[in-house]
Design a protein around this ligand. Structure first.
Ligand code: FE2
Ligand code: FE2
Length: 150
């Protein structure tokens, strides 16, 4: 599987979790479980993506702007996740803040898929895309374990 297909697989999971969480209420078992799953997925995905994909894109003069933009958004999402983690899930403000994060997540993955991947496809060979896919698949489980332990 090449890097684009592999990242898109995660993105689909993220879109789905964001939708599912919008249909949860208060400090419920379901909201806690889905939020933990999304938080781990977002952080592990971003770390592995930076290591396997953006580190390579950064080396290309035509890819530095995209890399900076994406890494900045990863940082913004981390900050939003931290705020949500410290808020009472029963409070109305939790869902308001969550909706902002969900909006950001969807914007981010849409932009990666519609703009950054097509650009990367002009800069990397198919063999390189496959190698990056392997590197991502190898890195991701370790990043998930790191998040689970956090
Ligand atoms: Fe990303
Ligand atoms: Fe991504």
């Amino acid at each position: 599987m090449d890097i684009y297909e592999r990242l898109e697989e995660d993105h689909e999971k993220q879109r789905q979790l964001c939708e599912d969480i919008k249909h949860t209420r208060g400090d419920s078992e379901k909201r806690n479980r889905l939020w933990r799953a999304l938080r781990i997925e977002l952080e592990a995905h971003a770390s592995a993506e930076e290591q396997a994909f953006y580190s390579e894109l950064m080396k290309e003069p035509k890819g530095t702007d995209e890399t900076r933009h994406a890494v900045e958004e990863h940082q913004q999402m981390t900050e939003m996740i931290e705020v949500l983690d410290n808020l009472d899930m029963d409070a109305d403000v939790w869902m308001k803040k969550f909706e902002k994060l969900a909006h950001k997540v969807v914007h981010h993955v849409d932009e990666e898929e519609a703009e950054f991947f097509p650009k990367a496809k002009t800069l990397f060979s198919e063999a390189e895309a496959k190698e990056m896919g392997d590197a991502f698949s190898e890195r991701k489980p370790a990043e998930v374990r790191k998040q689970q332990a956090a």
